[in-house]
Design a protein around this ligand. Structure first.
Ligand SMILES: [Zn+2]
Length: 241
């Protein structure tokens, strides 16, 4: 009896250990509904031009089963799944067979890895290999193209302010950091994905995009304040007792 209990305990310990090592590897990041359209746009604009048809198909498949489905960046998949679930040609429908060779699948996932679009996390298991799906912001080649386009786009907008802290992404972070990633109106703690910038003096009444006219706000406060000048908003938002 005691032996049985001990062996069960050992098995449980082992199970727990395996699970925790798997979990430790994963840096979970919750994707909010607000950033998904931007990420998807970035994938189409900056990553897709770098991929072959197969690579693109695999990337979208993994994207759908990670970021879109579970909200984190991890997906376990296998060569076989790529062969049967991702690429279905006319012939494939008739034969229900695997249409793309194992070598082709491996080749495509290797080049996705070398671009940095996906990353193998650990060794292949029975359920396939665990991959991390990277977003364009995390892929170096895309990041550079994104930066180049941002500077291009920001220039014509930025006529009256010396430094645009609204349209240039790197500058936005300066504001968030200054405010400690907390909403200046309600104090809610935010992340770089949930934080928004609010114009203290609205653009509609001449507010500009410089450092002093921008504050960190949560989406709720930002949309409540909308085009109101600060004084009006505070009066509505926090009525005196
Ligand atoms: Zn707020």
């Amino acid at each position: 009896m005691k032996e049985t209990i001990n062996s069960i305990r050992a098995a449980l310990d082992e199970l727990e250990q395996n699970q925790s090592t798997d979990e430790v590897e994963r840096v979970l990041r919750e994707f909010s509904a607000f950033e998904l359209p931007q990420i998807t746009t970035d994938v189409v604009d900056f990553l897709m031009p770098r991929l072959s048809t197969y690579e693109a198909a695999f990337y979208w498949y993994m994207f759908r089963h990670s970021i879109l489905e579970s909200g984190d960046q991890y997906v376990r998949t296998s060569v076989r799944r790529f062969q049967t679930d991702v690429v279905r040609s006319v012939r494939g429908r008739r034969h229900k067979g695997r249409q793309i060779s194992e070598e082709q699948v491996r080749g495509s996932s290797r080049s996705l890895e070398s671009i940095g679009a996906i990353r193998k996390e650990g060794e292949p298991g029975r359920e396939g290999t665990l991959y991390k799906v990277l977003t364009p912001e995390e892929i170096e080649a895309c990041r550079e193209a994104m930066k180049a386009r941002q500077t291009e786009e920001a220039q014509p907008v930025d006529v009256k302010t010396e430094v645009d802290h609204y349209n240039v992404r790197e500058n936005r972070h300066e504001i968030f950091e200054r405010d400690g990633y907390a909403c200046v109106y309600c104090g809610k703690q935010l992340t770089r994905f949930t934080a928004t910038l609010d114009h203290v003096t609205p653009v509609s009444v001449g507010g500009d995009n410089n450092y002093d006219n921008l504050v960190t706000a949560c989406l709720s406060c930002n949309s409540k304040k909308s085009g109101k000048p600060l004084g009006d908003f505070l009066a509505d938002h926090d009525p005196p007792p």
